[in-house]
Design a binder for this molecule. Structure first.
Ligand SMILES: C[S@@+](CC[C@H](N)C(=O)[O-])C[C@H]1O[C@@H](n2cnc3c(N)ncnc32)[C@H](O)[C@@H]1O
Length: 215
């Protein structure tokens, strides 16, 4: 069961196609901000729930000495991600963190707008922990339904290039696809505490929360 208590979302062929066509361009400002926040410049980075990989690719382009892996449970999302031209430091894999047979390999991991979908959050967090090197950090970005109008506007571009999403609608969507501070404290932190990560550090980051876990 995911931590929002919602129905599992599959991201099949049609959803993956339209996610790449419509949702990713609308997230370009948020993705640009997050790509600029990545705190490592070399080594290996894991992007969990990468979707069609626009952010994953932006990170690989910005950091040519970083070997970037995008991981996603949906074969259709990975198929969309592989449609763009190849980069020497970027690869995409299908799977969940729990299914990764990888130990102590990644210097840094992040997950953007994906964690609230995870149906097995505890075992997937343990999988990310296993995949990280000692001292490695995992940053989870999730929408904050209590973000201000200014924070939302700074992270937004108009839908289809011309249709601005009103902040109130953004907040309403974020209630179903994000976590309030209370939900982070009452729902997410207790799950993280049951994993080898233990404590969760919460920071406001634009229209999102950035939850940091450290190995
Ligand atoms: C809303 S999309 C976000 C995609 C991308 N991170 C972005 O910022 O545009 C959520 C993605 O998380 C993936 N996902 C859900 N549960 C997952 C899990 N347990 N492991 C890996 N990926 C997962 C879904 O397949 C989907 O592609």
């Amino acid at each position: 069961m995911n931590l929002k208590g919602g129905r599992p979302e599959k991201f099949g062929t049609i959803a993956a196609f339209f996610y790449r066509l419509w949702a990713e361009p609308a997230l370009s400002a948020l993705h640009a901000r997050i790509a600029a926040e990545v705190p490592v410049d070399e080594g290996r980075l894991l992007d969990v729930g990468c979707g069609p990989g626009r952010l994953t690719r932006a990170i690989a382009e910005r950091h040519p000495r970083l070997l970037v892996t995008g991981l996603d449970l949906s074969a259709d999302m990975i198929r969309q991600a592989r449609r763009a031209p190849r980069l020497p430091n970027l690869l995409f894999r299908r799977g969940s963190p729990a299914s990764l047979a990888i130990e102590n390999e990644f210097d840094f991991a992040l997950s953007v707008l994906s964690f609230h979908h995870w149906e097995e959050p505890e075992s997937d967090l343990a999988g990310v922990h296993r995949a990280l090197k000692a001292g490695g950090r995992f940053w989870i970005y999730e929408q904050n339904p209590e973000a201000s109008d200014a924070e939302i506007r700074a992270d937004s571009v108009p839908l289809f290039g011309f249709l601005p999403v009103p902040p109130a609608l953004h907040r309403r969507l974020a209630r179903g696809h994000g976590f309030s501070r209370r939900e982070v404290e009452m729902t997410v932190a207790p799950v993280a505490a049951k994993t080898p990560f233990g404590a969760l550090h919460v920071e406001r980051s634009g229209s999102t929360f950035r939850l940091e876990l450290r190995k």
